[in-house]
Design a binder for this molecule. Structure first.
Ligand code: 1YM
Length: 646
């Protein structure tokens, strides 16, 4: 078909295009309603949407290889070896099906065979949304010996579907350039972000081969490929290797089932480690359900029940013993739950929670039958798991006693707030901040420099606890951490209550050296382990003190990076200035500290964000080893994930 050749189909095409464009204009007007954001998250989301369609084709059994290439100019090219998106005319619109897929919202999965969509956050509207938000997008379909091609710009078709050269392959290729008018912050893809997500998808879809390559720098192409025949069992192995933990039993347990009506499946892979924390990742239709939902609840209920039934049956728990709690039986557990279902209902604002009640029943039944049978058939593994759970129960009891002791003591002393806390006047967490500062001298400057209306200062002293290697009961006795707990006012562990938080922003202020990075990491680990919602809800910040002061005449300039220092030196004309390198916060007087690090009008802060539970947990676990270097790397990496906040 030539470009200017007018066919019956293309006449209809013009008419239909009007309605089509209205749909996609809506996407461009309010991208936030269709993708996570127009920041880096949303940018990467575009790739996932296209890849999801290829994964659906793999799940349907027609495709076993997916290539994702990042090309120069941050163009992304996704290719699969499936059947190819249908090119036949779709009767309602008179347009080729592939054109409809890319130009009509809510088109995906509605036709072309009636199969249901399994993957994808947008349930099939993905391709058109990606198209709407791309400066241009090209699709090639390889089907029955012919290559079909169509090009779009910002959602508008700029060619019809054309036949191009002959081919002996089959499949679909989508090439697109995200629109910088939409993604104003950046259109640069992060290799690691894509790598993590594609690896995860390869784990969740056993046997699919996904290859990622970065060809932006032709001199230095980077490549990684993922194919896991072990599926989510391989995922658990991978995570536990990364977590650097000891295994309680050698094999990953794997259980799967399908619902009687054939509408859904459930899979669980799990393994106990000697860690004190659980790591649960759940997925529904390959979407990470960050807020859990029915599948997680069904799992937890069944696990606690099966463990207690077994412990009673074999007299591991005596008549007078209390039942094991859910936290006890999940301590140290790494578990992946993956369900696939026809009509997934997602709840909660972020759509990260599965709502289908039948999935609770399905997973509950799966664990109730198969995990119970596993324990019966593997007594040695069962023994090891119960030793772990009983130890957790004892520690929980010790923590309860320690907590009561602390409470009683504070009632007696009638001093709930720590003595070294310089509190602020306001009681409104919407405006209050607490600076947690290592060392008394920096604490002194901070107290002198702060705005006491809304800024509180808590200097830290004493010996820090390695929280990674300690359970809750140890925290209660720690002289360094308890003042933090009492100052924040929201409790820890099971008792944590975000509504009691006394300060909206918790700002860790430490030197830009190795010791400072140590204290930052320890505090971040502490918050992550025992006050996780603080991290998840974005209450934790890292202060960014300047590294240099450059003085010329009586004017001071502050530089926060080496690059900035060089730029300022250049601007000052290369001479007649004096550079001071700050070794620590203590070298700044109160006024300088306010001006550079604490004044909300001028300061730079990093907000700590947890992108991905597995990655964060890995980071925290790896970090708390004895090596300093990986810690520093973490801080730097974390700072990249964190967003700038003034
Ligand atoms: C690089 C992206 O989109 N592959 C892909 C998409 C489809 C099919 C095959 C497909 C699906 C069906 C039948 C079906 C899609 N088709 C549609 C629709 N790769 C990529 N590969 N034949 C081919 O679902 O029955 C939407 S996506 F709607 F046109 F069928």
């Amino acid at each position: 078909m030539e470009l200017n050749e007018i066919t019956q189909a293309s006449q209809n095409y013009d008419e239909n295009q009007i309605q089509v464009l209205e749909g996609l204009e809506a996407v461009r007007k309010r991208p936030g309603m269709y993708i996570a954001s127009t920041g880096p998250k949303g940018l990467h989301h575009l790739v996932y949407e296209i890849v999801d369609n290829a994964i659906d084709e793999a799940l349907a059994g027609f495709c076993d290889r997916i290539d994702v290439e990042i090309l120069p100019g941050d163009i992304v090219c996704v290719t699969d070896n499936g059947r190819g998106i249908p090119v036949g005319i779709e009767h309602k619109t008179g347009l080729p099906a592939v054109t409809v897929v890319f130009t009509i919202l809510h088109a995906g999965g509605k036709f072309g065979g009636g199969g249901y969509k399994v993957s994808g956050g947008l349930h099939g509207v993905g391709a058109s949304v990606v198209n709407a938000l791309s400066e241009w997008l090209e699709v090639e379909v390889y089907h029955e010996g012919t290559t079909y091609y169509q090009k779009f710009e910002r959602g508008h078709a700029v060619t019809e579907l054309m036949e191009k050269c002959a081919t002996d392959r089959t499949g679909t290729r989508v090439r697109f350039k995200p629109d910088p008018e939409i993604f104003r912050e950046s259109t640069v893809f992060d290799f690691e972000t894509l790598q993590t997500r594609l690896r995860e998808q390869a784990f969740l879809n056993a046997g699919v081969n996904i290859c990622l390559s970065d060809k932006r720098n032709p001199a230095e192409p980077v490549e990684d490929s993922f194919c896991y025949h072990g599926g989510i069992s391989s995922f658990v192995e991978y995570i536990n290797k990364k977590r650097a933990v000891e295994l309680i039993h050698p094999d990953v347990m794997y259980f799967s089932c399908a619902a009687a009506d054939g509408n859904s499946t459930a899979e669980v892979a799990m393994q106990y480690t000697d860690s004190y924390t659980e790591l649960m990742l759940s997925f529904a239709n390959n979407i990470h359900t960050t807020d859990g939902g029915t599948h997680e609840e069904g799992f937890k209920r069944a696990l606690t029940r099966v463990m207690n039934d077994y412990a009673r049956k074999y007299n591991i728990l005596k008549d007078n013993d209390k039942n094991l709690s859910g936290d006890d039986v999940r301590e140290g557990l790494t578990v992946i739950i993956s369900v696939k279902l026809k009509d997934a209902q997602f709840e909660s604002q972020t759509k990260g929670r599965l709502g289908n009640t039948e999935m609770g029943t399905l997973v509950n039944g799966l664990i109730g039958d198969k995990f119970a049978a596993y324990l019966e058939e593997n007594p040695a593994t069962a023994r090891a798991i119960f030793d772990k759970a009983l130890a957790a129960a004892r520690a929980r009891e010790a923590a309860r006693k320690a907590r009561e002791l602390v409470r009683r003591k504070s009632v007696l002393e009638n001093a709930a707030l720590p003595g070294k806390l310089a509190d602020c006047q306001s009681r409104d967490p919407e405006e209050t901040e607490i600076y947690i500062v290592e060392g008394d001298s920096a604490g002194g400057s901070a107290k002198g420099g702060r705005d006491r209306k809304f800024q509180a200062i808590l200097p830290l002293w004493g010996k820090m606890l390695n929280v990674e290697k300690a359970r809750l009961d140890k925290v209660y006795g720690n002289e360094k951490l308890m003042p933090v707990v009492t100052a924040l006012g929201c409790g820890i562990g099971d008792e944590f209550d975000l509504s009691k938080l006394r300060y909206g922003k918790i700002i860790i202020m430490a030197d830009a050296d190795v010791d400072g990075s140590h204290i930052r990491t320890l505090l971040l680990t502490f918050f992550f382990r025992f006050m996780k919602p603080l991290v998840e809800e974005g209450h934790i910040y890292l202060a960014q003190p300047p590294l240099f002061r450059i003085t010329k005449g009586n004017k001071h300039h502050y530089a926060y990076t080496d690059g900035e220092r060089d730029r300022i030196m250049e601007e000052l004309g290369g001479q007649g200035y004096e550079i001071q390198r700050y070794k620590g916060l203590g070298e700044m007087d109160a006024e300088q500290l306010w001006e550079t690090t604490m004044n909300p009008e001028t300061r730079i802060m990093l907000r700590v964000e947890v992108e991905d539970a597995a990655a964060a947990d890995e980071a925290f676990t790896v970090l708390m080893g004895d090596k300093v270097e990986p810690r520093r790397e973490f801080i730097e990496k974390n700072a990249r994930y964190a967003e700038l906040d003034v």
